[in-house]
Design a protein around this ligand. Structure first.
Ligand code: HEC
Ligand code: HEC
Length: 313
């Protein structure tokens, strides 16, 4: 741009000086900044300076300037968490003093327990049973009503408390014999009984099959004469086409030959009774829960308290 183009002149129409910039014949007027804009700008500068002094703001090695007010978001979070924990304690106290039956009758307390159980489930149980409790091979689905050890809230509570084949003296511990490995049945007998078992869920088995007699004398004591399972022994229903260890001929033969003995840890000592009770209520409401003395569960109520989060600086 040459000096000639930068010539400041007075605009004829508005009477305002131009800046001297010109582009293709268009000239820029040198209007002053609007007064409101200047004031907002000044106010922002003052506010900015005030903020630097009061609040943590300037990054410095190892963090930021602290500010004179002592404010931190950690404190704010801690305060709100403390409030949640205080409200939670009130419910926890009430929960711990209530029987399962009473909890079931109190929609708020019930929802509180389900929320607590759900959180504890994700932390402790999902690794084996899946986040949706859908299970997997060797790990039972907890959403259905196919129970190995029973689906009333007290059954579930006992299972979670002491585990299964966990070594705890109260644990559920019965075990299926390894009919092949320990030479209890001959290979041919195993084949026959497997045929009979596989046919049950397909409605193809009958008492004339050779496997029937073998089943009655070797298996019925645990699985029941009708093969519908025996919960005192954790023996699954063999007639429902739900298979914990797989339902192909090879898989069932392997089960009968070697037997399985799934292990579930004991939780009472690790999590404490209150959490175990919340877990029992949570698992019970997943879909397969059975009634015992408890009745009229109201669901769909929001937990009155949210769960606190861990705060670490
Ligand atoms: C290390 C893996 C593992 C973990 C972790 C685990 N479980 Fe299990 N759970 C099992 C196995 C395996 C079985 C089946 C045992 C059997 O074959 O009888 C089982 C069975 C159960 C049953 C009995 C199901 C029925 O049909 O009777 C319940 C209820 C249960 N688990 C709940 C839980 C809860 C609640 C937690 C968390 C506190 C949990 N489990 C954590 C492995 C686990
Ligand atoms: C002492 C009790 C007992 C006896 C007797 C017994 N079972 Fe079992 N059976 C069990 C238990 C307990 C399980 C579950 C094992 C586990 O969960 O790890 C089981 C599991 C099974 C399964 C696996 C089911 C699935 O869902 O995958 C089959 C199949 C089976 N038994 C067949 C038989 C047959 C056939 C016989 C007789 C030859 C027999 N059982 C005798 C206790 C017994």
């Amino acid at each position: 741009m040459t000096d000639e183009h930068r010539k400041v002149e007075v605009d004829e129409i508005s009477g305002v000086n131009t800046t001297g910039h010109e582009w293709d014949g268009l000239k820029e007027l040198n209007n002053p900044l609007p007064r409101w804009w200047v004031w907002v700008f000044v106010a922002c500068c003052i506010w900015g300076a005030w903020y630097w002094v009061i609040y943590p703001s300037w990054p410095i090695p190892g963090g930021a300037t602290k500010g004179t007010s002592g404010y931190t978001q950690y404190d704010e979070l801690k305060a709100s968490q403390a409030e949640i924990i205080k409200r939670q304690e009130a419910y926890l106290d009430k929960f711990d003093k209530s029987s399962f039956e009473d909890v079931m009758k109190d929609p708020e307390l019930y929802s509180f327990a389900v929320a607590g159980g759900s959180a504890a489930f994700k932390d402790n149980c999902a690794t084996c049973h899946g986040t949706g409790a859908e299970g997997g091979k060797g790990y039972p689905n907890l959403n259905d009503d196919d129970w190995l050890w029973g689906g009333t809230i007290n059954d579930i509570y006992t299972t979670i408390s002491y585990g299964i084949r966990s070594g705890h003296e109260e644990a559920r511990s019965s075990q299926m014999p390894a009919f092949g490995k320990d030479s209890i049945l001959k290979k041919e007998e195993i084949e026959q009984v497997v045929d009979y078992v596989l046919g049950l869920s397909e409605g193809k088995s009958n008492e004339a099959m050779p496997g029937y007699a073998i089943f009655q004398s070797n298996c019925a004591s645990c699985h029941g004469a009708d093969a519908k399972g025996g919960r005192d022994f954790g023996a699954p229903n063999l007639s429902d086409a739900i298979w914990l260890y797989g339902g192909t001929k090879d898989e069932v033969t392997n089960t009968v030959y070697n037997a399985h003995a799934g292990v579930m840890p004991t939780w009472q000592a690790r999590l404490g009774d209150s959490t175990v009770r919340q877990l029992a209520i949570y698992v019970h409401q997943l879909g397969g829960g059975e009634k015992d003395e408890t009745k009229s569960v109201q669901t769909g109520v929001q937990s009155p308290v949210e769960s606190p989060v861990q705060v670490s600086e």
